[in-house]
Ligand binder design. Structure first.
Ligand code: NAG
Ligand code: NAG
Ligand code: NAG
Ligand code: NAG
Length: 326
């Protein structure tokens, strides 16, 4: 009998929805309709190999795995080194609002943390960040904007760890909170690889999880030198194109200057001297009669056009719309 009672007690304790010390303690999360939300759930080391899921429903006895409810709109991942599993819900709709439980499948009753409430807003959420995943580099810093409109007490917390409300340290990184027009900003500096993990902004009853990935300073240096290589490559390509264009341009110019010379001589030879206009009509007629039998008048007119445009352009030769300035 005593043994039976003990078993009931153990079962109740395991299935207890509240009071678990390393519960994530998310209480209220607000998200805008159509957006995505990532929920991190912390679990006990002993459940490392168990299946985990996020349960949604009116009561923790009847809640269902969100994956079965939202199908392809949900993805999960399990970081077994940190005992955290994450659930990403895409395209959140009004019907997703309600109670959620981070849950672990066990041989007996599934283990569930205390529930948290998801509020789905049509407009701006009560507390939000631009991006729930942030990348920082070793020795450097990251700035997270926690946007909210109320004047409620604010904090920056590590999942399952300490919180900072003005300034302090979390796992060796220094944390500084500042008020901004849109809420508050969190600066985490002196980042080390071990600071990689889940944190959250907290304002009054609201929380918003943020994941910080601290990357190796070496890999960041490699990234930047890789970026420089790309820039260098682009510059070389531009230089090559410039040289090719310049060569073609120069070739054209040579052709033009050749044309210019021949046109010049042609025009000056054929164009009637304005002074000769003052001569008699007979002389002008003679000139036309002389030129028409060889049928050069058409060509002559075209050349004169070219000659005129060359003149009005002030030294530029026009051909097919291209200008030459050499
Ligand atoms: C998101 O959900 C709404 C409502 O169910 C649906 O109309 C819309 O097509 C969905 N968007 C995507 C990208 O699946
Ligand atoms: C958030 O930032 C990460 C990199 O830091 C990027 O890969 C991702 O596309 C961003 N997400 C959104 C929704 O902008
Ligand atoms: C942060 O840590 C450093 C060294 O670990 C310590 O000197 C400093 O007082 C700490 N700052 C706060 C606000 O706790
Ligand atoms: C960071 O990069 C260095 C050099 O590539 C490497 O030796 C070190 O193991 C890396 N650190 C981590 C935590 O990956």
């Amino acid at each position: 009998m005593g043994m039976f009672l003990l078993m009931i007690l153990i079962t109740v304790n395991l299935a207890a929805p509240a009071g678990s010390q390393d519960a994530i303690k998310l209480e209220h999360v607000s998200v805008q309709q159509g957006k995505s939300i990532i929920i991190p759930c912390l679990y006990k080391a002993k459940y490392i190999n168990n299946q985990k899921y996020l349960c949604f429903g009116s009561h923790f006895f009847v809640c269902k795995d969100v994956k079965s409810l939202k199908h392809r709109m949900v993805s999960t991942s399990d970081d077994q080194t940190k005992y955290i599993f994450t659930v990403t819900m895409k395209n959140v709709t009004a019907s997703d609002a309600g109670s959620y439980w981070c849950s672990v499948e066990t041989a007996g009753l599934d283990v569930k943390d205390k529930d948290f409430q998801l509020k789905v807003t049509t407009a701006t959420p009560d507390l939000y960040v631009e991006n729930q995943t942030v990348i920082g580099y070793e020795g450097s810093h990251v700035v997270i904007s926690c946007n909210h409109q109320s004047k409620s007490p604010k904090a920056w917390c590590k999942i399952g760890g300490p919180c900072v409300s003005t300034s302090g340290n979390i796992s060796g990184a220094s944390v500084q909170l500042r008020n901004t027009d849109r809420g508050f900003s969190v600066t985490m500096s002196k980042l080390a690889m071990k600071n990689t993990g889940w944190y959250w902004c907290s304002a009054g009853n609201w929380q918003m999880p943020v994941h910080i990935t601290v990357q190796n300073a070496t890999s960041s240096w490699e990234r930047s030198s890789f970026a420089w290589l790309i820039v260098l490559g682009l510059l070389l390509a531009v230089a090559c194109i410039a040289v090719t264009v310049f060569r073609q341009h120069k070739q054209k110019c040579e052709i033009f200057s050749w044309r210019e010379r021949s046109e010049n001589t042609y025009v000056s030879m054929k164009k009637p001297n304005p002074q000769t206009k003052q001569h008699t009509d007979e002389e002008a007629q003679d000139y036309e009669i002389m030129s028409s039998p060889v049928q050069t008048s058409g060509v002559q007119g075209k050349n004169r056009e070219g000659y005129e445009s060359w003149k009005t352009d002030g030294g530029h030769i026009t051909d097919k719309g291209h200008y030459c300035t050499c």
